[in-house]
Write a protein that binds this ligand. Structure first.
Ligand code: SPV
Ligand code: MG
Length: 285
């Protein structure tokens, strides 16, 4: 049973966050706001974050084996559905083997983006020298995935028209084509802080067909979940916030040890060894 599909079928709004290793997956699983009673519903396996923790750029240069190893860490530490960022999937023959590997693990959804050639992260914005795939070629990839994926796995087609300067009408044209090619839902990406075109595209897609829509509000993080839901969004992905919250504290600890010639001064910002040792339960043996 695909629990992500189930939530969407029940009309629930789905809140997703990036996790990049067993520890972050476990922390997401445990996160529960006492103030709002909210939790996260699913995990995002991000190409950006997985690349970053491996010291690589987000250019589809991390092997699928490594991505799968990280996804397995997430699965071991969390019961929540997992949505996997598949990048562009590469050429059709590469896509075939990536999909074959993804079919063998326990995930709920994949997202394939309509870029071609050397992939770069979308948040570079319109100056990105990245090329967008043709509608025909990308639609072929969607159909190919639909024909070869596990039947319960959801496929979201990700449209980059708004991040690459092709505009809202191109985004809408692509959304219709990708839905007709077999996409179960659409991710409309947006890399700037204006949401006008994004909302236009979402509304028009919903008018065309009521498929679930994903957004990634990194560049427009001021927008609330409530507002996104009202705009027609079903899934919000917080795609990089956990890795970004780790980098600055690590840099501060490094500098503190270098500045003082000891770790004592850094201690005030660290959790205790006792807490670390107690954080992960021991096996019931
Ligand atoms: C990722 O998290 O790798 C994504 C989202 O694809 S973005 O970084 O905004 O492209
Ligand atoms: Mg990515």
């Amino acid at each position: 049973m695909n629990t992500l599909k189930q939530k969407l079928n029940e009309g629930k709004f789905v809140r997703v966050i990036e996790a990049h290793d067993g520890l972050t997956a476990k922390m997401v699983d445990q996160a529960h706001s006492l103030k709002t009673n909210k939790q996260f519903d699913a995990l995002w396996s991000s190409s950006l974050c997985d690349s970053l923790i491996n010291g690589r750029p987000d250019m589809e240069v991390l092997s699928m084996d490594r991505r799968i190893a990280i996804i397995n860490e997430l699965r071991e530490n969390s019961k929540k559905p997992i949505i996997v960022d598949m990048d562009s999937g590469g050429r059709l023959e590469q896509l075939f083997y990536k999909l074959k590997q993804l079919n063998e693990i326990n995930i709920e959804a994949i997202v394939l983006e309509d870029k071609i050639g050397t992939k770069r992260n979308s948040l570079f914005g319109e100056k990105n020298p990245q090329q967008q795939d043709t509608i025909e070629h990308f639609s072929k990839k969607i159909t190919f995935i639909q024909e070869n994926k596990n039947s319960d796995l959801m496929l979201f087609a990700r449209i980059e028209s708004l991040t690459l300067g092709a505009g809202k009408y191109d985004a809408l044209k692509r959304a219709k084509a990708y839905i007709n090619a077999g996409a179960d839902g659409i991710l409309v990406h947006n890399a700037n802080d204006s949401v006008e075109d994004l909302y236009y595209v979402i509304k028009k897609i919903k008018d065309y067909k009521d498929v679930p829509i994903i957004v990634v509000p990194t560049a427009f993080s001021f927008v609330t979940e409530k507002e996104l839901e009202q705009a027609g969004v079903s899934i919000v992905i917080y795609a990089n916030q956990l890795i970004r919250s780790a980098i600055e504290p690590i840099a501060a600890t490094l500098n503190s040890i270098l500045d003082h010639g000891r770790a004592f001064e850094a201690n005030k910002n660290l959790i205790s060894i006792k807490e670390v040792l107690n954080f992960i339960d021991e096996p019931p043996i």
